[in-house]
Design a protein. Structure first.
Length: 128
Protein backbone atom coordinates (compact mmCIF):
# COMPACT_ATOMS: atom_id res chain seq x y z
CA UNK A 1 0.00 0.00 0.00
CA UNK A 2 2.83 2.42 0.80
CA UNK A 3 5.33 3.07 -2.00
CA UNK A 4 8.44 0.96 -1.46
CA UNK A 5 10.87 3.61 -2.73
CA UNK A 6 9.65 6.25 -0.23
CA UNK A 7 10.96 6.77 3.30
CA UNK A 8 8.61 7.58 6.21
CA UNK A 9 8.65 9.44 9.52
CA UNK A 10 7.00 8.45 12.79
CA UNK A 11 4.89 11.60 12.33
CA UNK A 12 3.41 10.23 9.07
CA UNK A 13 5.27 12.31 6.49
CA UNK A 14 6.92 10.67 3.50
CA UNK A 15 9.86 11.62 1.32
CA UNK A 16 10.56 10.24 -2.12
CA UNK A 17 14.31 10.65 -2.66
CA UNK A 18 15.33 11.45 -6.25
CA UNK A 19 19.08 12.06 -6.38
CA UNK A 20 19.91 15.03 -4.13
CA UNK A 21 16.25 16.04 -3.91
CA UNK A 22 13.21 14.63 -2.21
CA UNK A 23 9.50 15.16 -2.74
CA UNK A 24 7.64 15.40 0.61
CA UNK A 25 4.02 14.82 1.62
CA UNK A 26 1.82 13.12 4.21
CA UNK A 27 0.83 9.49 4.14
CA UNK A 28 -2.50 7.92 3.36
CA UNK A 29 -2.81 6.97 7.03
CA UNK A 30 -2.31 10.63 8.05
CA UNK A 31 -4.93 11.96 5.65
CA UNK A 32 -7.44 9.34 6.85
CA UNK A 33 -6.84 10.40 10.46
CA UNK A 34 -7.36 14.05 9.52
CA UNK A 35 -10.57 13.62 7.56
CA UNK A 36 -11.53 16.16 4.89
CA UNK A 37 -8.62 18.55 4.36
CA UNK A 38 -9.77 22.15 3.89
CA UNK A 39 -6.54 24.19 4.08
CA UNK A 40 -2.79 23.73 3.77
CA UNK A 41 -0.03 26.19 4.64
CA UNK A 42 3.33 25.56 3.01
CA UNK A 43 6.69 27.39 3.17
CA UNK A 44 8.23 29.60 0.50
CA UNK A 45 10.93 28.39 -1.88
CA UNK A 46 14.35 29.08 -0.39
CA UNK A 47 13.48 28.30 3.22
CA UNK A 48 15.73 25.79 4.96
CA UNK A 49 14.65 23.29 7.57
CA UNK A 50 16.26 20.80 9.88
CA UNK A 51 14.87 17.29 10.24
CA UNK A 52 11.80 17.25 12.54
CA UNK A 53 11.35 21.03 12.23
CA UNK A 54 7.83 22.22 11.41
CA UNK A 55 7.52 23.34 7.78
CA UNK A 56 3.77 23.92 7.52
CA UNK A 57 0.29 22.97 8.63
CA UNK A 58 -2.67 21.08 7.26
CA UNK A 59 -6.18 21.84 8.47
CA UNK A 60 -9.12 19.49 8.26
CA UNK A 61 -12.68 19.59 9.45
CA UNK A 62 -11.41 17.80 12.59
CA UNK A 63 -8.12 19.52 13.51
CA UNK A 64 -5.03 21.47 12.54
CA UNK A 65 -1.87 19.37 12.29
CA UNK A 66 1.73 20.42 11.95
CA UNK A 67 3.89 19.16 9.11
CA UNK A 68 7.45 18.13 9.99
CA UNK A 69 10.43 18.02 7.67
CA UNK A 70 11.74 14.45 7.30
CA UNK A 71 15.37 15.48 6.62
CA UNK A 72 17.56 18.59 6.54
CA UNK A 73 17.07 20.54 3.35
CA UNK A 74 16.18 23.64 1.39
CA UNK A 75 12.77 24.05 -0.22
CA UNK A 76 13.31 24.24 -4.00
CA UNK A 77 9.70 23.73 -5.10
CA UNK A 78 6.25 24.10 -3.53
CA UNK A 79 3.05 22.45 -4.77
CA UNK A 80 1.15 25.75 -5.04
CA UNK A 81 -2.05 24.18 -6.53
CA UNK A 82 -2.69 22.57 -3.12
CA UNK A 83 -3.63 26.00 -1.75
CA UNK A 84 -6.73 26.10 -3.96
CA UNK A 85 -7.33 22.33 -4.00
CA UNK A 86 -6.39 21.03 -0.53
CA UNK A 87 -8.79 18.10 -0.99
CA UNK A 88 -6.13 16.61 -3.29
CA UNK A 89 -4.44 15.46 -0.07
CA UNK A 90 -7.39 13.15 0.61
CA UNK A 91 -7.58 11.90 -2.97
CA UNK A 92 -3.92 11.22 -3.81
CA UNK A 93 -1.67 11.60 -0.73
CA UNK A 94 1.30 9.74 -2.24
CA UNK A 95 1.07 11.34 -5.68
CA UNK A 96 -0.41 14.69 -6.76
CA UNK A 97 -0.65 15.88 -3.14
CA UNK A 98 3.10 16.19 -2.62
CA UNK A 99 3.78 19.38 -0.69
CA UNK A 100 7.38 20.45 -1.15
CA UNK A 101 10.57 19.37 -2.89
CA UNK A 102 13.71 19.60 -0.77
CA UNK A 103 17.31 19.84 -1.85
CA UNK A 104 18.60 17.36 0.72
CA UNK A 105 21.55 18.83 2.62
CA UNK A 106 22.25 15.77 4.79
CA UNK A 107 21.60 12.56 2.82
CA UNK A 108 22.56 10.45 5.85
CA UNK A 109 19.27 11.60 7.41
CA UNK A 110 17.39 9.34 5.02
CA UNK A 111 18.86 6.28 6.76
CA UNK A 112 17.15 7.31 10.00
CA UNK A 113 13.69 7.12 8.39
CA UNK A 114 11.41 4.10 8.14
CA UNK A 115 11.15 1.96 5.03
CA UNK A 116 7.68 0.98 3.80
CA UNK A 117 7.60 -2.29 5.76
CA UNK A 118 8.57 -0.60 9.04
CA UNK A 119 6.06 2.19 8.41
CA UNK A 120 3.26 -0.31 7.78
CA UNK A 121 4.13 -1.95 11.11
CA UNK A 122 3.95 1.46 12.82
CA UNK A 123 0.51 2.14 11.31
CA UNK A 124 -0.71 -1.31 12.34
CA UNK A 125 0.42 -0.71 15.94
CA UNK A 126 -1.30 2.71 16.06
CA UNK A 127 -4.53 1.34 14.61
CA UNK A 128 -4.98 -1.03 17.55
Amino acid sequence: MYPQDYRYTNDHEWIHPEGDRGRVGITDYAQKQLGDVVFVELPEVGRTFKAKEQFGTVESVKAVSELYCPVDGEVVEVNTPLASKPETINKDPHGDAWMIVLKITNPAGLAALLDAKAYEALVASEAK
